[in-house]
Ligand binder design. Structure first.
Ligand code: NAD
Length: 260
């Protein structure tokens, strides 16, 4: 479905972003990876995806908190593959503390990486998408774009902001072949969430498995984690022709979290 197209997925060296990249590659898209990690592991990941799905892959190490590096990454993608047809704004970090104890530099980093980076990639990708009259912008928000949780002020603020950016982008492209939508996952067991499992285990003296069950029991009625593969399948649908009138949507995949 996406043969000859290029997908750039920010934060795709791990977790959900990697699931997105693999799902889009399986549909034939060339992939521009981004994110941090061990250089040899990233080389292997790129080579594995290229071989498994018979696509081209590239990698740019832009730090999503740095606008100049984001600009360099977008130029790199255009130079390498001609254009970015599918943009997945996925890079994100978490930090947990009460508002009055929240470190100012953590607030700034979360807003920069989880929200502002998507503004930069979107503004830089849109001219090419408009020129082709086809594009898909998929913002990895969260249930925390729709509801709040204690201790997550910066994350919740950034994700609510990302839904706002998604809606405005969708309106500004509404008469074109470019769509912008957001996916709002509940708990997904990635390194970002494993840190919170570890913190829960330490706080309540629980085993790893019991801490996972406790986290899920708090918020996610299904009692099961969402998987990166399931989220990848939703991204693939959003890239399909059938989804061309899905615009400015905020789709939760959350085991029932926000139905409560
Ligand atoms: P993860 O920690 O597994 O992956 C995050 C990715 O972002 C990694 O590739 C990392 O290298 C990259 N990254 C971090 N800081 C970066 C920076 N400054 N510049 C470039 N890349 C950077 O996390 P994940 O759980 O896969 O999260 C991916 C996205 O999904 C995030 O936006 C997160 O908020 C969102 N999300 C996650 C969950 C969940 O339960 N895991 C739920 C809802 C939303």
């Amino acid at each position: 479905m996406l043969a000859g197209k290029t997908a750039l997925v920010t934060g795709s060296t791990s977790g959900i972003g990697l699931g997105m990249a693999r799902a889009l590659a399986a549909e034939g898209a060339n992939i521009v990876f981004n994110g941090f990690g061990d250089a040899a592991e990233i080389d292997k990941l790129q080579a594995d995806v290229a071989r498994e799905f018979q696509v081209k892959t590239a990698y740019h190490n832009a730090d999503m908190s740095k606008p100049a590096e984001i600009e360099a990454m977008m130029k790199f993608a255009a130079d390498k593959f001609g254009a970015v047809d599918v943009l997945v704004n996925n890079a994100g970090i978490q930090y947990v503390a009460s508002v009055e104890e929240f470190p100012v530099e953590k607030w700034d980093a979360i807003i920069a990486i989880n929200l502002t980076s998507a503004f930069h990639t979107t503004r830089l990708a849109l001219p090419g998408m408009r020129a082709k009259n086809w594009g898909r912008i998929i913002n990895l928000a969260s249930v925390h774009g729709l509801v709040g949780s204690e201790q997550k002020s910066a994350y919740v603020a950034a994700k609510h902001g990302l839904l706002g950016l998604t809606k405005v982008t969708a309106l500004e492209t509404a008469t074109t072949g470019v769509t912008a939508n957001a996916i709002c996952p509940g708990w997904v067991l990635t390194p970002l969430v494993q840190k919170q499992v570890d913190a829960r285990a330490a706080k309540d003296g629980l085993s790893n498995d019991d801490a996972k069950r406790a986290l899920l029991a708090d918020k996610q009625p299904s009692g099961e984690f969402v998987t990166p593969e399931e989220l990848g399948a939703m991204a693939v649908f959003l890239c399909s022709d059938a989804a061309r009138q899905v615009r400015g949507a905020t789709w939760n995949m959350d085991g029932g979290w926000v139905a409560q």
